[in-house]
Ligand binder design. Structure first.
Ligand SMILES: NC(=O)C1=CN([C@@H]2O[C@H](COP(=O)(O)OP(=O)(O)OC[C@H]3O[C@@H](n4cnc5c(N)ncnc54)[C@H](O)[C@@H]3O)[C@@H](O)[C@H]2O)C=CC1
Ligand SMILES: O=C(CO)COP(=O)(O)O
Length: 328
């Protein structure tokens, strides 16, 4: 929708013929964005070749689970002069690979040429042209600048960032904390608890991000704090909603059946469990969430475990230069 506002020729690929027909015929996508009119120049097709042929840039936003399959299908139509942007927030859980790695492996390009688009941007608001800001990150600054130019308009402000790793990690990992925030709300634990979860959750995802090579400041930016706030508080957030249902006692399977849309934080919690062990970094909130999701732990007991951890100084676990270090 944003791209179609900026450019005359935008084609969306879907495997679903009914949705393609509805987008082309009625300029609507009623299953995902009810009561919204899409731009009339936005065309849809079930043929990937038709969507990609002659394109300047390709934007992939498949759920993380489907990313390898979609990128593999794209390979046949891929040209080296195209720009590949992705906006997917998750990992390939079988390999713990980031999405840019998965895409570059399938397309046979370097990971540094992929552009990651992330930030607080619920589709429901973007499509209504509510003011939204995002970040595009790439090791290839030229590609990032092209992506910035492609998306930027009066309602959609785009920043660039060189820290692709940090943007990708922050965008994926914040979903774990948003699930936790939803769970806290579902348990009726109030605003203090949610603020604590967001703050300590940010410390936790920054800590692992830095250990993996990210710039800590990226986690204070749009892909970090920005997206964490929106995903943990918005009525549109699937992660928050799923967490809230879990907090109210609904079983995970029933939560997923009722959502009908991807809840990336669930797979990402599994990925974080493996990554935190691999890097030897404690992720207490993700760890408790893992036990609630996959080991049937009562969420109240999980909160007790978090509240009962050993006393700590606030900065000791941040893996950043602390005030004490700066002043020593
Ligand atoms: N919805 C939002 O506001 C935002 C979503 N994202 C990210 O975008 C990604 C996708 O999310 P949504 O579109 O919201 O999910 P969704 O669940 O609403 O829609 C996913 C779409 O992908 C299609 N799909 C699933 N598997 C496929 C496959 N193997 N091949 C082709 N198509 C397939 C589905 O049919 C559906 O149309 C996620 O990583 C999410 O975190 C990022 C920013 C905002
Ligand atoms: O990342 C998102 C908004 O920026 C989407 O979050 P949800 O998947 O929780 O809806």
């Amino acid at each position: 929708s944003v791209l179609a506002a900026n450019h005359p020729d935008v084609v969306i690929w879907s495997r679903n013929a009914e949705q393609v027909q509805e987008i082309n015929g009625k300029h609507m996508n009623s299953r995902y964005l009810p009561e919204v009119s899409l731009p009339e120049n936005l065309k849809a097709t079930t043929e990937m070749e038709e969507a990609v042929n002659g394109a300047t840039a390709v934007l992939i936003v498949a759920p993380s689970k489907a990313m390898r399959e979609v990128a593999r299908s794209l390979k046949a139509y891929w040209r080296e002069d195209m720009i590949c942007i992705h906006a997917t927030k998750g990992f390939e859980t079988e390999t713990m690979k980031r999405m840019s790695t998965v895409i570059s492996e399938e397309l046979g390009c370097t990971e540094g040429d992929i552009v990651v688009l992330s930030g607080p941007s619920h589709a429901e608001e973007v499509v209504r042209r509510c003011p939204t800001t995002v970040v595009v990150a790439s090791l290839n600054q030229k590609a990032a600048a092209v992506a910035q130019d492609l998306f930027m308009n009066a309602d959609f402000r785009v920043y660039t960032n060189r820290d692709m790793l940090g943007v990708e990690l922050a965008g994926a990992l914040k979903n774990i904390i948003a699930l936790g925030a939803g769970m806290s709300d579902g348990l009726g634990y109030g605003d203090n608890a949610k603020a604590a979860l967001l703050t300590r959750g940010l410390a936790e995802i920054t800590r692992i991000g830095v250990e993996m090579g990210a710039n800590p400041l990226t986690f204070s930016g749009l892909a970090g704090v920005g997206d964490l706030v929106v995903t943990a508080t918005s009525q549109h957030s699937r992660n928050w909603r799923a967490g809230s249902m879990l907090g109210k006692g609904t079983k995970l399977e029933d939560v997923l059946n009722s959502m009908g849309m991807v809840v990336e934080g669930i797979r990402t919690t599994k990925a974080a469990h493996t990554i935190s062990e691999k890097f030897g970094v404690q992720m207490p909130i993700a760890d408790q969430l893992y036990q609630v999701l996959f080991e049937d732990k009562d969420p109240r007991i999980a909160v007790e475990a978090l509240m009962g951890r050993d006393p700590k100084t606030e900065m000791e676990s941040m893996k950043l230069a602390t005030w004490e270090q700066w002043h020593s």
